[in-house]
Every structure is written in C-alpha cells, then in structure tokens.
Design a protein around this ligand. Structure first.
Ligand SMILES: NC(=O)c1ccc[n+]([C@@H]2O[C@H](COP(=O)([O-])OP(=O)(O)OC[C@H]3O[C@@H](n4cnc5c(N)ncnc54)[C@H](OP(=O)(O)O)[C@@H]3O)[C@@H](O)[C@H]2O)c1
Length: 323
C-alpha cells in the first residue's frame, strides 16, 4: 500500500471508515465480528488509516475499533472525532474545552490506546470560538494525548482561524463523484495552507458502486431511506451518474467502486479517502483501486458529469455544516 501525507501525517493512500459497521447502514450493529475481521484484513494489506468517531453508536464504533486493533496499535493511524456528544449537559454540538477533556479520555479508553493520531472536531460549534477549541486541542498535543488536529465540515474562514492557532493536519468533508462541493473553496484553502483532505463517503454511501439502484433490500432504518439524494425520485434521476461510472469501469477493467476511488486519487496526493465497508472482499476491492490509472479522457468524462440531485444531507444535517 502506498502512503501519502496529510499535513505531515503519513497515512495509507486509501483508508477504512468504520462507521457503517455500527450505525446508519444496512447491517449496522449486527456485523461486529465481520467488522473486526475487515479491520484486521485492512491492517494486513497496509491500510493503516482507520476512521471512527465518538458519536458513532454513540461509543460502540470506537469500542469495536479498539477491539479490532488490540495488539496491533503500532500498525494504525487512528482517527476519531469529538464534539457531537456533549458531556457537559449542553444541547447540540459541544466543542468547549471542558467537553473536549471529557471526550478524549473516553475515546482513549474505548480505543485501548494512550494516544489518538488524528483528532477531529466533528462539526463546528457555533457557540464556541474555534480558537478556544483548537487552543485546547493544542494542549492535548503538548500532553501527547493526540498527535494531530483535524476539522470536519469546517468552512474556509474557520479553517484559516483554526490553522492560525495550531497547524491543522486534515479537513474531512464529503467529496466524491457526486459531491464536488469542496473543489470551489475548501480545496484551494487547504492547498494554500498545506492541509490534507480526507474525503468521507467517497463511494456516495455505496451509490457509486452501482449496487444500490433502488431502496429495496435496505434495512427499514437505513439512513439512506431518508436522505434527499436517495428519495423523492432523486435516486432514479441520479442513476445516470453511476451508469457513466460503470461504462468507465468496463473500459478500465475495474469495478465502479475502484473507478470512484481512482478518480479521487487522481485529484491530488493530498487527498486520502476513507471508504467504508463491513466486508473483507469489498475492502480488498477498494484497496486495489490504487493500481487503477484512469486515462485523461476517462477523468474528463467523469469530471463533466452533471451534479447529483438532492442535498447531501437532510435539512438539519445541512444546517450543521459550517460554510
Ligand atoms: N466526518 C463526517 O461527518 C463523516 C460523515 C460520514 C462518514 N464519515 C466517515 O467516512 C467513512 C466512509 O463513508 P461512508 O461509509 O458514509 O460511505 P462510503 O464509503 O461512500 O460507502 C459505504 C457504503 O458502500 C458500500 N460499499 C463499500 N465498498 C463497496 C464495494 N466495493 N462495492 C459495493 N458496495 C460497497 C458499503 O456497504 P458494505 O458494508 O455492505 O460493503 C456501505 O454501505 C465512514 O465510515 C466514516 O468513518 C465521516
């Protein structure tokens, strides 16, 4: 597995998102042993960059990751997130220094480690100045509890203010063939400041793999059943995107998932996606995307695809995104 640098933090070119093992998607919470095998297989393949969060469960996903990496901590670049669970009794996002202190201790315990490699603020807390949040995170760096600081769904102005307090290694946001939003403003700022980009949901929550052509077969509580991209006729209207991914995949002798990931890798060395899967066969398939070289013509055809219809989150989810 090749590696790349996120603002000075060395990570595998492709990582693994663990979220879907515990929450949101079909099978979540019922596939713990399968998830653990998938995480261990990832480490065997050199997929070192593992992504989780306190709020996934809450807590159960960090527990799962902690169990999976027991005895193998040195092989892992461990990323987790705080700020969507309040331990101080405040409603909503909580990035107060007091909450960070409580959150980090819980995450360290569940993950079975004495340090987190990349600690993200999960969503910007509009009631806590980012300088206060990053100031506290800088203290955690100084104490060795965390190694690098990340932000998730932060807007350009917040990124600049945060980076002025302490270097930010990575920003995580949704980025994929059907979510091109970061290209306009976020990516240029990250490149100017030397911060890496970690695209979340790089497979469009599975849509770009071509395996979801209707909602049939998804669990009744699968998060995609209420997401605007998958509902109100948008799923059907967005299928042309996946059809083009399929066509390129056939030409490139790759799978659609590999094409979606290879397209992201082609966007720059400072981009390290974290596709999520609960299955070892899909992990192997996704990881092999590093070997797929798309032609210039194929990248162009994918670049000019019409944007997806439907917001990428529901109304409350969109409101929590800092712009
Ligand atoms: N910062 C944030 O706010 C935020 C938000 C969302 C996600 N994330 C992070 O990003 C990670 C990845 O995002 P994501 O899980 O939402 O979406 P994703 O990686 O775009 O897609 C995951 C879905 O695709 C399916 N899949 C994966 N590989 C496949 C393949 N080769 N063929 C067919 N289907 C495949 C998975 O199902 P199976 O399990 O059945 O393979 C799963 O349902 C998460 O795990 C999480 O760590 C962060």
């Amino acid at each position: 597995m090749e590696t790349t640098s996120l603002g000075g933090l060395k990570v595998s070119r492709i990582g693994l998102g663990a979220m879907g093992m515990s929450v949101f998607y079909t099978g979540a919470g019922r596939v713990d042993e399968q998830g653990i095998s998938t995480i261990r297989r990832a480490l065997d393949l050199g997929v070192s960059h593992l992504d989780t969060a306190e709020v996934y469960g809450p807590f159960t996903n960090e527990d799962l990751v902690g169990r999976a990496i027991r005895g193998r901590r040195d092989e892992v670049v461990l990323a987790t997130k705080f700020g969507l669970v309040s331990h101080t009794g405040r409603p909503g996002a909580d990035s107060t220094p007091a909450n960070i202190r409580l959150a980090v201790e819980g995450s360290l315990k569940r993950l079975g480690t004495d340090h987190i490699d990349l600690y993200y603020q999960h969503r910007v807390d509009p009631d806590t100045p980012i300088e206060e949040t990053v100031g506290e995170l800088a203290e955690l760096v100084a104490e060795g509890k965390i190694r690098h600081i990340g932000l998730s769904e932060a807007g350009p102005a917040t990124i600049r203010r945060a980076h002025a307090v302490h270097p930010i290694a990575a920003v995580q946001t949704e980025y994929s063939l059907w979510t091109r939003d970061p290209e306009a403003e976020i990516l240029p700022v990250l490149r100017e400041l030397g911060i890496g980009l970690v695209p979340y949901s790089p497979l469009g929550h599975g849509f770009l793999t071509g395996t979801i052509r209707s909602l049939d077969g998804l669990d009744a509580d699968d998060w995609r059943r209420t997401n605007p991209r998958f509902t109100g006729g948008n799923l059907e209207r967005n299928l042309h995107i996946v059809d083009e991914v399929h066509a390129v995949a056939a030409e490139a002798e790759a799978t659609p998932a590999q094409v979606a990931l290879a397209w992201l890798l082609a966007q720059g060395d400072d981009i390290a996606p974290i596709p999520g899967t609960t299955r070892t066969d899909r992990l192997e398939e996704n990881t092999a995307a590093t070997a797929i070289e798309l032609t210039e013509d194929q990248v162009t055809r994918l670049n000019v695809l019409a944007p997806a219809l439907g917001d990428r989150h529901d109304e409350a989810g969109m409101a929590a995104i800092d712009r």
